[in-house]
Ligand binder design. Structure first.
Ligand code: CP
Ligand code: NVA
Length: 304
């Protein structure tokens, strides 16, 4: 694996190994700290959108293993505007050992990877969010001991996070059930590319969560869709993850949300802060899962 742009960049075995490495790094970090596995390595973090978790978890993941990360915000680089993406990729690749980027148009992350001499990590695009899915997988693994055969129900807007959960479900052998309102379901192209027979698409949230082990939701209005807020807030309320909906899930079900949450919209306080919620463990796991990813991508490169 040179780049990490899509969850399918990992085979099922590679995903399994990465999750085991994340667990080992997490345990080690909490006990005594991690050794400097990435001493002298640097990560350029390029953000065209806001972030809390992605920025902080990548920066600290590098620091914990002796490396260094630096942040570039939207106004500094002007990706594809102030400077061609191909040029940004080659310039940053001359300075840093890897580039993590959060972009609007998915083509931009592909273009960065095409030209970059160093690994490129997708820190979210309008199309997908594979780093999030790694942390989600780790959280599910911690709760159930394995992923294979579990039912993951996603309720709400079929978006970048949903696409990465579909990929994760296929790689890990989970049943993936999605309930979205009409007009907000997964696109045909994504479903065709996934070519996965354990996917259920419905307009009915109760049906989707039936006997599910993992209930997942995300914002109704993703970054870049702010002008659709009013329209979306009219359509999505029946897709709220609340205590009533949770009753239809398996009794040991856990609740996930990639965050940031819009409490009272896609999830209630009662559920987000309730005993089945794992949302803060999930947020913390961004750190551990990405540390394992960085070590996998960078450990073999020469220091510099
Ligand atoms: N879940 C996630 O990617 O959060 P940020 O947007 O804060 O990075
Ligand atoms: N779907 C959300 C995820 C945020 C982490 C967005 O793209 O804004």
């Amino acid at each position: 694996m040179k780049h990490f742009l899509h969850l399918y960049d990992l085979s099922s075995d590679e995903l399994h190994n990465l999750l085991q490495e994340a667990i080992a790094l997490k345990t080690e970090y909490k006990k005594s700290g991690n050794p400097p596995l990435l001493k002298g390595k640097s990560l350029a973090m390029l953000f065209m959108k806001p972030s809390l978790r992605t920025r902080v978890s990548f920066e600290l993941a590098m620091q914990h293993v002796g490396g260094y990360a630096f942040y570039l915000g939207p106004s500094e680089v002007g990706l594809g505007q102030r400077e061609a993406i191909a040029d940004v990729a080659r310039v940053l690749g001359g300075y840093a050992h890897a580039i993590m980027a959060r972009v609007f148009d998915h083509e931009h992350i592909l273009e960065l990877a095409k030209w970059s001499p160093v690994p490129v990590i997708n820190g979210l695009s309008d199309y997908n969010h594979p780093c999030q899915a790694l942390a989600d997988a780790l959280t599910i693994l911690e709760a159930f001991g394995s992923l294979d055969g579990l039912k993951l129900a996603y309720i709400g807007d079929s978006n970048n996070v949903t696409r990465s959960l579909l990929s994760l479900s296929k790689i890990a052998g989970m049943i993936f059930s999605v309930a979205s309102p009409e007009g907000f379901t997964l696109d045909e192209e994504t479903l065709e590319q996934a070519d996965y027979d354990k996917v259920e698409i419905t307009y009915n949230p109760t049906q989707a969560v039936k006997d599910a082990h993992v209930i997942y939701t995300d914002t109704w209005v993703s970054m870049g869709q702010e002008e659709e807020t009013e329209k979306r807030r009219k359509v999505f309320p029946p897709y709220q993850v609340n205590a009533q909906l949770l009753k239809h899930a398996a009794s040991n079900a856990i609740v996930l949300h990639c965050l940031p949450a819009h409490r009272g919209d896609e999830i209630t306080d009662e559920v987000a802060d309730g005993p089945q919620s794992r949302i803060f463990q999930q947020a913390e796991n961004r750190l551990h899962a990405q540390k394992a990813l960085l070590v996998k991508l960078l450990a073999e490169l020469p220091e510099g």
